[in-house]
Design a binder for this molecule. Structure first.
Ligand code: IPE
Ligand code: IPE
Ligand code: MG
Length: 252
C-alpha cells in the first residue's frame, strides 16, 4: 500500500491519521453522561439522550474513516429498565427514530449494524426496526457497529451457560469440548475479537456490566467529557494514547 495515500485527514477532528500505525481493531464505548449533560443546561434528560445521538454519528464516521473494524456501543443496559417509564419509552422512541433516519446513510458507507444483548424484551416496533437495519446492512464489509441493547454481561453469561448446557443435554457437545474458545463463541460477541480499547465517558470509572469476559486484556481509557460532547477528536485522542500502551498479556 502506498504510504502517502494511506494518510487521511479527519476533516472534523483536523488530525492527520496514518492508517499504517496501530489502529485498534475493536473499540468499545460506554456512552455515559447524557442525563448530566442535560441537567447542566436545565434540560430534560431525554434531550441529553437526543444530543447523544449526534455524538454517535460522529464517532461512527471517525472510526470508519481510520479503519477501526468493530465499534461496540453500550446504548441500553439490562439495568436501565430501572429508570422511569417516561425515560425508557423516550429511549425506545429515539432508537427507532435513529434507525429509521440513519440506516440508509450507514448502509451507503458500508457500515454493518449488529446488536448484542437480549432483544426479546423489546417492544415489537423496536425489534422490527432493528431487524430491518441488520438485514439491510448484513453484507457490508466496512465498520461493524455492535449496538448493545438490553445488554448486561452477567445476563449474557447466563444465556451462554444455558445454551451450552442445552447442547450438553442433547449431546451436541461433550464436557471435554468446553474451553475458553467455546465460551467465547457462545457469547453475544461470538464473531468479534475482544475489544482492544474501551472508552468510558462522563468521569465514571466502572464497567457497569459491560463486556466483562471480553475486556480481560482490553486497554481502558476514561474521559470526563459527557457523551453528547464527545467528538471524533476525542476518539482520536484515545487512540493516540492506546498506540503508546504496551500490551503484555501476562508475558514478561
Ligand atoms: C447514558 O447516559 C445513556 C444511557 C445509559 C441510556 P445516562 O442517561 O446514564 O446519563 P447520566 O449518567 O445520568 O448523566
Ligand atoms: C452504563 O451507564 C450503561 C450505558 C451507557 C448504556 P449507566 O449510567 O447505566 O451506568 P451506572 O448506573 O452509572 O453504573
Ligand atoms: Mg449514566
Amino acid at each position: 500500500m502506498n504510504k502517502t495515500s494511506d494518510i487521511i485527514e479527519d476533516k472534523d477532528a483536523k488530525i492527520f491519521y496514518n492508517h499504517q500505525e496501530k489502529v485498534p481493531q475493536h473499540v468499545g464505548i460506554i456512552m455515559d453522561g447524557n442525563g448530566r449533560w442535560a441537567k447542566k443546561r436545565n434540560l430534560p434528560r431525554t434531550l441529553g439522550h437526543r444530543a447523544g445521538v449526534n455524538a454517535i454519528r460522529e464517532v461512527i464516521k471517525t472510526a470508519s474513516n481510520i479503519g477501526v473494524k468493530y465499534l461496540t456501543l453500550y446504548a441500553f443496559s439490562t439495568e436501565n429498565w430501572k429508570r422511569s417509564t417516561d425515560e425508557v419509552s423516550a429511549l425506545m422512541k429515539l432508537l427507532i427514530e435513529y434507525l429509521k433516519k440513519e440506516v440508509s446513510e450507514l448502509h451507503k458507507n458500508n457500515v454493518k449494524i449488529n446488536t448484542i444483548g437480549d432483544l426479546t424484551k423489546f417492544p415489537k416496533a423496536v425489534s422490527a426496526e432493528i431487524d430491518r437495519a441488520k438485514e439491510l446492512t448484513k453484507n457490508n464489509e466496512g465498520l461493524c457497529v455492535n449496538i448493545a441493547l438490553n445488554y448486561g454481561s452477567r445476563d449474557e453469561m447466563v444465556r451462554c451457560v444455558k445454551n451450552i448446557a442445552e447442547k450438553l443435554l442433547s449431546e451436541a457437545l461433550e464436557m471435554k469440548d468446553i474451553d475458553e474458545n467455546l465460551i467465547k463463541i457462545h457469547l453475544d460477541t461470538g464473531d468479534c475479537p475482544d475489544p482492544d480499547l474501551l472508552i468510558r465517558t462522563s468521569g465514571e470509572y466502572r464497567l457497569s456490566n459491560f463486556l466483562l469476559w471480553q475486556v480481560a486484556y482490553t486497554e481502558l481509557w476514561f474521559s470526563d467529557v459527557y457523551w453528547p460532547d464527545f467528538t471524533g477528536a476525542h476518539l482520536l485522542e484515545a487512540i493516540e494514547d492506546f498506540k503508546n500502551r504496551q500490551r503484555r498479556y501476562g508475558g514478561a
